[in-house]
Design a protein around this ligand. Sequence first.
Ligand SMILES: Cc1cc2nc3c(=O)[nH]c(=O)nc-3n(C[C@H](O)[C@H](O)[C@H](O)COP(=O)(O)OP(=O)(O)OC[C@H]3O[C@@H](n4cnc5c(N)ncnc54)[C@H](O)[C@@H]3O)c2cc1C
Length: 377
Amino acid sequence: MYINKDFNHSYWEKKHLFKHYDVVVVGAGIVGLSTAISIKEKDQKRSVLIIEQGSTANGASTKNAGFACFGSVGELCDDLKTMPEDLVWETVQMRYKGLKKLRKRLGDKHMNYLPYGGYEVFKAALELEKCSEQITYLNKRLKQNIGLKNCFVPVKKNNFGFQHIKGILKNQFEGQIDTGLMMQNLAHLAHQMGVQMLFNCGLKNFEQLKTGVQLHTNLANLAAHKLVIATNGFAKQLLPQLDVEPARAQVLITKKIEGLKLKGSFHFDKGYYYFRNIDGRVLLGGGRNMDFKKENTLAFDLNQNIQKALDQLLKTMILPNTKHEVDYRWTGIMGVGKEKKPIVKLHSKDVVLAVRMGGMGVAIGSMVGEAAAKLID
Ligand SMILES: Cc1cc2nc3c(=O)[nH]c(=O)nc-3n(C[C@H](O)[C@H](O)[C@H](O)COP(=O)(O)OP(=O)(O)OC[C@H]3O[C@@H](n4cnc5c(N)ncnc54)[C@H](O)[C@@H]3O)c2cc1C
């Protein structure tokens, strides 16, 4: 076994950490953690190691907006135009079931789940009218597919202080979470179940052997019976032929605002912008549609043009009459492709792929983890 000499590994580390594993999972995001947990749930005796190239999970799972959402009227209307109808409802079901599974697995208090509802804000009267006309049909299909009654309702009054808008539609069954708390507790659960984790350990490449897999990382060469790749937006670095592109998302958060009226998770402009309340602040993200090309990157840099557009949206529409100050800004990297559907499949006999979560990984991550674990016999 190759071990990088710079790391001064002891006998104990070689015996317990750099050993032969039943399963190695690459990536400590929500999908990697959920997969490891599902494998342990199936068979507690299996040895499972997660390797993560960052010093913490560093993709989308710790950077997102913490929306617990499964679809807005506008999003579903758009999907119904571009995807087969069966796939639209299959995806909604996966998101809804995934959120239920995550909540059951951790408990609402361990991710601060708050059922404040999901909203869609419209700037154009025609679009609002077109979407409102679809509510009856969508509610009927949602009842059939996930059993929820009257999911979408129009909001009669703008109690949030928004300006320059024509109306709001609500999804009564969406909520919001504290993403950081959720990830901490998911990692804690994995630890409790005996999952090992190795940070600052990047997979450079791997080989499918006759039986099992050989992994080449920056720390050591590892061997495993099975390998799960859960690297989402970074997947192409290991497998260039995959249809997974990095999609950077820009985010900002304000300082605390006295008497903040905003309460809930809001989508705007076909979901390209999203904002919510959190700890008395406003978190706002999006604007990727302003510059898809530049945002197709693994670099975590801020895009000044998009950040300016976020500032402007905050000033003119979300908090027009409220003094506010941006506290700080960050970015996260998602994984998207031609299809709005995750890739969960065998790459070779002992290598499973669980990537391309799009903007849905919080919702579908637990179901994807379960599906990936099922592919490991
Ligand atoms: C701003 C923003 C808003 C979002 N909003 C929502 C939302 O409203 N609802 C929703 O459901 N989802 C949302 N998402 C998407 C969601 O966060 C992601 O789909 C989900 O977190 C993906 O999880 P993952 O585990 O697949 O990937 P990640 O969390 O990206 O994890 C992949 C991990 O793999 C590691 N890695 C990569 N390459 C290697 C390697 N070679 N070796 C070792 N480790 C490696 C990375 O460092 C990373 O930690 C949003 C994302 C962002 C950024």
